[in-house]
Design a protein around this ligand. Structure first.
Ligand code: KG4
Ligand code: ZN
Length: 340
């Protein structure tokens, strides 16, 4: 087998609070081992110092599990890939250092991967695959972007949040209601049981294709405060309706700009990626828009929406084919942008 066209790569993801490793051969993802860090739940958010320590504790086991499960010997690897950024510095350092150590020991090259580009490229793990050019709405705990994807390695952010990410808005709103971290999936869960028209929130106006989620966060805080003055058990009594209404509002904000981007670019291949792409309200709103506007839509499998090393592996595969390796002096970049 020609290794330049059919590489075997180990990929490591450690940008936030999941330690993950994946092995890919000839562009086919063989596995996706993920160790989530429970330690943050009681703190109501990711504590960077605790995250890097947990990565340090988990990484050897996670990489070992991925190698054993894949049935591939370390000597068969052609490269080691890792997330260079964006992410938490301490967390990134663990993955970058581990990848360098392994590559040095095995005398193979390393490949740096941009976490946000990898979220987009997660669409090439399974079927159906989008055709270029396509638009990808990347929505996570740290980012909200509309990306114009021209090829595997050429992407441009055409709209993004100017403050909080939509995942952060979900998580902070959940926290205000007394729900544990991460609150996004819980809001999704309760929203399925509620009436999305029960409460209305004012729209946020933003220019161009940009987003802002800090206004709805404050509006939601005041909404809860005012309702709780009337009835201190307001949240408990109306949790499903509150979650359904808030989720609908956030999803509509996303869809509004996504529709604008599609109409401005004339592109009808529309993908979503990132942790919030797991949201059932977003998935069904996207399906409705697709029916209305003749879009071809792409939603990654659930395990490839939230942070995972399989997406780092597929991104590394395309970089390997283009010979895009990096030197052992490379350092993580916490605010690495698409195209940097
Ligand atoms: O991509 P991701 O795993 O990590 C980052 O790179 O940030 O995204 C995590 C975010 C969290 O804010 C989490 O609450 C949100 O994705 N999330 C959801 C759902 N599942 C995960 N938000 C809404 N509904 C969901 N079902
Ligand atoms: Zn992510």
């Amino acid at each position: 087998m020609d290794q330049t066209l059919h590489p075997t790569i180990l990929a490591i993801e450690s940008s936030c609070d999941e330690t993950s490793a994946s092995v890919i051969r000839s562009g086919k993802v063989l596995n996706n081992v993920i160790a989530s860090q429970e330690v943050h739940h009681k703190h109501g958010g990711v504590v960077p110092e605790l995250a890097s320590r947990a990565h340090q504790q988990n990484i050897l086991r996670v990489v070992n599990d991925a190698m054993i499960q894949s049935g591939i010997k370390k000597g068969e690897l052609n490269a080691v890939a890792f997330t260079r950024g964006p992410g938490l510095m301490g967390s990134l350092l663990v993955g970058v250092s581990f990848a360098k150590g392994m590559a040095l020991a095995l005398d193979i090259p390393i490949i740096e991967v941009n976490h946000m580009e990898a979220h987009v490229l997660a669409h090439f793990i399974g079927e159906p695959k989008p055709k270029f050019p396509f638009l990808c709405l990347t929505v996570s705990g740290g980012h909200t972007q509309i990306v114009l994807v021209k090829s595997f390695l050429e992407m441009k952010v055409i709209g993004q949040t100017q403050d909080d990410a939509v995942g952060e808005a979900f998580d902070k709103a959940a926290k205000m209601m007394g729900l544990p971290y991460p609150g996004g999936p819980l809001i999704d869960h309760y929203a399925k049981l509620g009436n999305a028209n029960a409460y209305k929130f004012s729209p946020t106006v933003m220019p161009r294709l940009d987003f802002s989620f800090s206004g709805i966060k404050t509006a939601f805080l005041y909404f809860l405060r005012d309702r709780k003055k009337e009835d201190e058990n307001f949240v408990d009594k109306n949790l499903n309706d509150i979650c359904a209404s808030l989720q609908r509002h956030l999803v509509q904000m996303l869809l509004h700009k996504l529709k604008m981007a599609a109409s401005q670019t004339g592109i009808t291949q529309i993908a979503i990626a990132g942790g919030v792409a797991a949201n059932s309200g977003l998935r069904s709103a996207l399906a409705e828009a697709a029916a209305e506007l003749n879009w071809n839509i792409f939603i990654p499998e659930f395990q490839y929406c939230t942070d995972n090393a399989a997406m780092i592996a597929i991104a590394a595969h395309f970089k390997f084919l283009e010979g895009k390796f990096c030197g052992l002096d490379i350092a993580p970049v916490p605010n690495l942008g698409i195209g940097d």
